[in-house]
Design a binder for this molecule. Structure first.
Ligand SMILES: NC(=O)c1ccc[n+]([C@@H]2O[C@H](COP(=O)([O-])OP(=O)(O)OC[C@H]3O[C@@H](n4cnc5c(N)ncnc54)[C@H](O)[C@@H]3O)[C@@H](O)[C@H]2O)c1
Length: 330
């Protein structure tokens, strides 16, 4: 696809970070866009920003949709067809994603499954919903965002990263497996997998808010007891702590997380805008494999060169951890 002019794109998770930048850059290049997010305010802001800079004739619509809920995805698809009066779409960016559920052992099961639900099932449901509309186009592309954690299931020593990595491996495997399936059964549709390294976005704080935005002062006795078990398992509380201790630890953990989220955004080697440019250039050039950032390229080379050493954290693994993680974790 040499140009996005006069095409129609779907972008999930368009309310922030790379999703917002994809919407802005596509619209500025003459592409109409339907974008969704779980956060209504942020997707409305993206839509207004995109329309402010788009050439005339470009339509940008914002939709509220939780991509991990198939009924909401189907409603989003129906809204797109109605509002854009279309019988096909040209590009689908499965971009929405969250972090969390790092430890399979100590993190709450609900957190693990919420992360996996957005990062894998979100991609799956959106592909199920929109593939028939991609097939109706003469020349279309499905762009699935995985991660460097789609080929390296770690952030280095001391930081378990299981739910996210499992989902991102699934997204990468699904995308690669679709190459031959589409070649045989729907050759007008291409597929690309995007693997960003560390990109400066609000993913850490956005994810924290999605997993847990309850005001600790409003928690019931039952909720506090459930939190006690989680915090004990995570080693953040000692036996015999009071309800006030639990509330205090929740507030302290959140504020540490926010600080670490700001570092993650502010100390990244590549901005969300720079990442979106690389993704769109890759799509235009017909790449099926889009590494985003020098850190991602380096890591990919290292894992391929020394796969057995990937999780040793000495040599290859150590260097990979340092280059991606810095002193924050996703
Ligand atoms: N930032 C990085 O370093 C990095 C690295 C590798 C991969 N990624 C991936 O890139 C993609 C974009 O991440 P980002 O860094 O721009 O994050 P971000 O938090 O800035 O943007 C993600 C957007 O997705 C939305 N979202 C979350 N859950 C949703 C749901 N259930 N339904 C619909 N929308 C939902 C959020 O509200 C947010 O607006 C994600 O898939 C992420 O896993 C990010």
């Amino acid at each position: 696809m040499r140009s996005f002019n006069q095409k129609l794109a779907i972008v999930t998770g368009g309310g922030s970070g790379m999703g917002r930048e994809l919407v802005l850059q596509l619209a500025a290049q003459g592409c109409s866009v339907a974008t969704c997010d779980i956060n209504d305010d942020s997707v409305a802001k993206t839509t207004a920003m995109a329309l402010a800079d788009a050439p005339s004739g470009v339509r940008v619509t914002g939709h509220v949709c939780d991509v991990s809920d198939e009924a909401q995805v189907l409603r989003f698809r129906d809204e797109v067809v109605r509002q854009h009066e279309c019988h096909h779409v040209d590009l689908v960016f499965n971009n929405a994603g969250i972090a969390g559920g790092g430890s399979f052992v100590t993190d709450p099961r609900a957190t693990w499954e919420r992360t996996f639900g957005v990062d894998w099932w979100g991609v799956y449901f959106c592909t199920r919903a929109f593939l028939p509309l991609l097939i109706e186009s003469d020349d279309s592309i499905l762009v699935n965002t995985s991660s460097i954690n789609g080929f390296w299931a770690s952030l280095g020593p001391g930081i378990p990263h299981t739910a996210y990595s499992t989902a991102k491996f699934a997204v990468k495997g699904f995308s690669e497996a679709l190459i031959e399936d589409l070649r045989l059964n729907a050759p007008q549709v291409k597929v690309a997998v995007v693997m960003p390294g560390h990109i400066g976005t609000d993913i850490v704080t956005n994810s924290q808010r999605i997993h847990d935005d309850v005001d600790p002062t409003t928690l019931s006795v039952d909720d506090l007891e459930a939190r006690r078990a989680d915090l004990l398992r995570a080693g953040l509380l000692v036996e015999g702590s009071s309800s006030d201790d639990i509330r205090r630890v929740i507030v302290e953990t959140r504020s540490a997380f926010n600080e670490f989220g700001n570092d993650f955004r502010d100390n990244a080697p590549l901005s969300a805008a720079g990442a979106a440019q690389i993704i769109l250039a890759g799509v235009r050039d017909g790449k099926w494999r889009i590494l985003v950032g020098d850190d991602a390229t380096r890591l990919d080379e290292q894992v391929r060169a020394e796969p057995d050493a990937a999780y040793d954290y000495a040599g290859v693994g150590d260097e990979m951890g340092e280059s991606i993680r810095g002193d924050v974790s996703l």
